[in-house]
Design a protein around this ligand. Structure first.
Ligand code: ZN
Ligand code: ZN
Length: 383
């Protein structure tokens, strides 16, 4: 097989769309990717499996006169969403859907790889088909397993995310942060249960939780620079069992988002302070658990990103859009905190948002994405 044609790419994308799998369970997906890659010109290719991350896949392309190794990453996992698109190639796996467009990401990566398998690049390249972006920190897992060592170590790393708000095929990017960082929040309030009619003998954690939730709303509005912004969402609250028993325990789960590590740390600290204050004023035990294993902000490398943006702006065939940062998280932030690089958007133009059961990315974006990326990489390697 030579360079994948648009028709072949669409066929591949639709097949991937039909077999979505959750984080670390991408068995069929990974096997299918391997099969497609096995069909490329193998002269300069080397495929590596990761024993401790069995659904991950690395492919190296040997450069003709390498000055560096250029990395390209795509995520491969799907979401626990029941598809409602009604498409003829809708998900065949009940309750699982490529609702974040990672089927598009994989197809673009395969297109770029097929191009360089056929047209040997001057630099070496490493393609990383990464499991577990949506949860389980696949990028971090791979890095900590030491897979990016020796000839598998990229000097710079690129990756994209699809974006339904941008025109199909457009490339979006910005200097600085592209995706916010996140911290997962778990709060437990411990008081004393009792009879609804005898509040004096109990310590009601529904009331304490209500006070805490209200106070948390002042963190962003009163402690954070409004120009920088940030988000705290408490999305889950559990307390009590029945109407006439005072709840002795409440549990809250939420998420914090910020554009820089510094900002996230500041919000984390304020949340701890509010927790301590509520504990004192309600004579309760309040535990604020912050899981910073959440996603780091995707902070683009200034020098590489300037080069990327200039190439896209100067290329008359590329519809380049300067974008705002997104408050959603992306686990590529971890790899970009270790290896300099650039993350960017590929427009897929749709009314539905990412993670929606009706997301239907425009397939014309695939070919446009591939030619923008292969063009950029070729130009980059000529430097
Ligand atoms: Zn997602
Ligand atoms: Zn995604």
């Amino acid at each position: 097989m030579a360079v994948l044609t648009e028709q072949e790419l669409i066929k591949i994308r639709r097949h991937l769309h039909q077999i979505p799998e959750l984080a670390l369970k991408e068995v069929q997906t990974s096997a299918y990717l391997e099969k497609v890659i096995a069909g490329f010109n193998q002269t300069h290719l080397q495929v590596k499996k990761i024993p401790d991350l069995p659904t991950g896949l690395l492919v190296r392309v040997e450069g003709s006169s390498p000055k560096r190794t250029v990395g390209y990453r795509t995520d491969i996992d799907a979401l626990p969403v029941t598809e409602e698109t009604g498409l003829p190639f809708a998900s065949e796996h009940p309750g699982v859907m490529h609702a974040c467009g990672h089927d598009i990401h994989m197809t673009v990566a395969l297109g770029v790889l097929s191009y360089f398998a056929e047209h040997q690049p001057t630099d070496n390249m490493v393609f990383f088909f990464q499991p577990a972006e949506e949860s389980e920190n696949g990028g971090k897992l791979a890095y900590e397993l030491g897979v990016f060592k020796g000839q598998w170590q990229p000097d710079e790393f690129y990756g994209l995310h699809d974006n339904p708000d941008l025109p199909a095929g457009a490339i979006g990017c910005r200097m600085g942060t592209l995706f916010a960082g996140t911290t997962e929040v778990n709060i437990d309030l411990e008081g004393k249960g009792g009879h609804a009619a005898y509040p004096q003998d109990a310590n009601d954690m529904v009331v304490a939780a209500a006070a805490l939730i209200n106070q948390v709303q002042t963190i962003i509005s009163r402690s954070i620079d409004p120009i920088e912004g940030g988000v705290i969402t408490l999305g889950k609250l559990e307390a009590g069992t029945i109407r006439n028993v005072i709840a002795g325990h409440a549990h809250i789960e939420g998420t914090i988002r910020g554009l820089t590590q510094v900002m996230i740390k500041r919000i984390d600290q304020r949340l701890q302070d509010v927790g301590e204050g509520i504990a004192r004023s309600f004579n309760a035990k309040v535990t604020v658990g912050l899981n910073q294993g959440g996603y780091l902000p995707v902070e683009n490398n200034p020098e590489l990103t300037k080069r990327f943006i200039n190439y896209m702006k100067d290329n008359p065939d590329v519809n380049f859009v300067e974008t705002e940062p997104a408050m959603t998280g992306e686990d590529f932030g971890y790899l970009l905190s270790k290896i300099p690089g650039t993350m960017f958007w590929l427009g897929v133009e749709d009314d539905s948002q990412l993670h929606s059961a009706t997301l239907n990315p425009k397939e014309s974006s695939i070919e446009a994405g591939i030619s923008a990326i292969t063009g950029f990489m070729t130009a980059r390697m000529a430097e």
